[in-house]
Design a protein around this ligand. Structure first.
Ligand SMILES: [Ca+2]
Length: 332
């Protein structure tokens, strides 16, 4: 397996990272209302209670059947990922053992953030709390993806916004963008020659459209995939909801799998969650859409480039489901 460069600098960054974090969510200050950009609200005299109800109904109804919505709470654009089935895993049989066996998965529809959560969104969530210098160095600007995020903090953000993290299966299905059995979100071209991958993703080094060495690019700097999702390959690694277990694919349920009950001990006898998509710090091998990654064996340097994006469930009418405040996402 090929991995990116490891340096003392990265190891220091990683050590700094594991000493920070913590859940600073203020659930009382959030809601889970969604809306389109300019919902029309009837101008008529009503009681406050009735008016609130009308506003919420007006906000939600226009979302029906829309391929893209704007999530009110964090301003994120979200794309509808249609219900369907796909072959999960490494159909090209070129990757790691944990990417096998290829197995059929059926998923309900959901909405997914079209971009990784940005520094700007993260700063608002954290109440302007100062970010570590190394995070600002890796993602130098508000439109860059937030990185250096612990899984627990990503979950806290998602819950505060009335969203959740994607399962590993949802992530791969969405990243494939409707393509079947391909290596990357855009197709199969060139694994060893970086020329084409650099037209589609920010990974270690520069060239073509990739103007960013090991730093992240502003979200949306490369073309979207077939579902309108940007940066599913490269830029920031993305947390998924699932624990990392090497042999999970042998036992995964077919319909809406939510990962194993517990992961393998991969990081100095610690369990870790799955990260997906590769990052600005690793090479094109990690951009493969079936590649499963975790923070294994003290490779903390990878944590520096971990961000995330969120999803929202939809009901049978493809309408976003509102998540009650303070309700923990139950994966059972
Ligand atoms: Ca790059």
């Amino acid at each position: 397996m090929k991995i990116g460069r490891i340096s003392i600098f990265h190891l220091i960054l990683g050590l700094i990272l594991i000493s920070c974090g913590g859940n600073e969510t203020d659930p009382a200050s959030v809601s889970s209302k969604v809306s389109v950009p300019s919902p029309k609200i009837p101008q008529k005299e009503t009681s406050q209670e009735t008016e609130k109800q009308i506003v919420e109904e007006q906000d939600i109804e226009p979302q029906l059947g829309k391929k893209e919505i704007v999530w009110q709470k964090d301003g994120a654009k979200m794309a509808l990922i249609p219900a369907g089935s796909f072959e999960m895993g490494d159909a090209l049989q070129e990757g790691e053992k944990e990417e096998q066996p290829v197995h059929t998965i059926e998923l309900d529809a959901f909405y997914m953030d079209i971009h990784e959560v940005t520094m700007e969104q993260w700063k608002k969530f954290k109440g302007g709390k100062k970010l570590d210098d190394w995070v600002k160095n890796a993602s130098p600007g508000n439109k860059h993806p937030v990185v250096g995020v612990l899984w627990e903090d990503a979950v806290a953000y998602a819950e505060a916004m009335g969203k959740r993290l994607p399962t590993e299966a949802e992530w791969e299905y969405a990243a494939r963008g409707g393509l079947v059995g391909k290596r990357f979100p855009w197709g199969d071209e060139n694994l060893d020659d970086d020329a084409i991958p650099r037209m589609h993703a920010n990974f270690d080094g520069k060239g073509g459209r990739d103007k960013w060495g090991e730093k992240t690019a502003p979200v949306g700097s490369f073309p979207p995939n077939g579902y309108g999702l940007f940066d599913m390959a490269g830029n920031a690694f993305e947390w998924t909801k699932d624990w990392f277990k090497y042999e999970y694919y042998k036992k995964s349920p077919r319909k809406n799998p939510t990962g194993p009950k517990a992961g393998d001990n991969v990081n100095q006898d610690k369990k870790e969650h799955v990260i997906r998509g590769g990052s600005a710090s690793l090479n094109s091998w990690s951009l493969r859409v079936s590649k499963r990654t975790t923070i294994a064996n003290n490779t903390f340097h990878r944590v520096a480039w971990i961000g995330f994006r969120c999803v929202v469930d939809v009901d049978e009418n493809r309408r976003p489901k509102l998540r009650p405040k303070n309700k923990k996402w139950d994966v059972k």
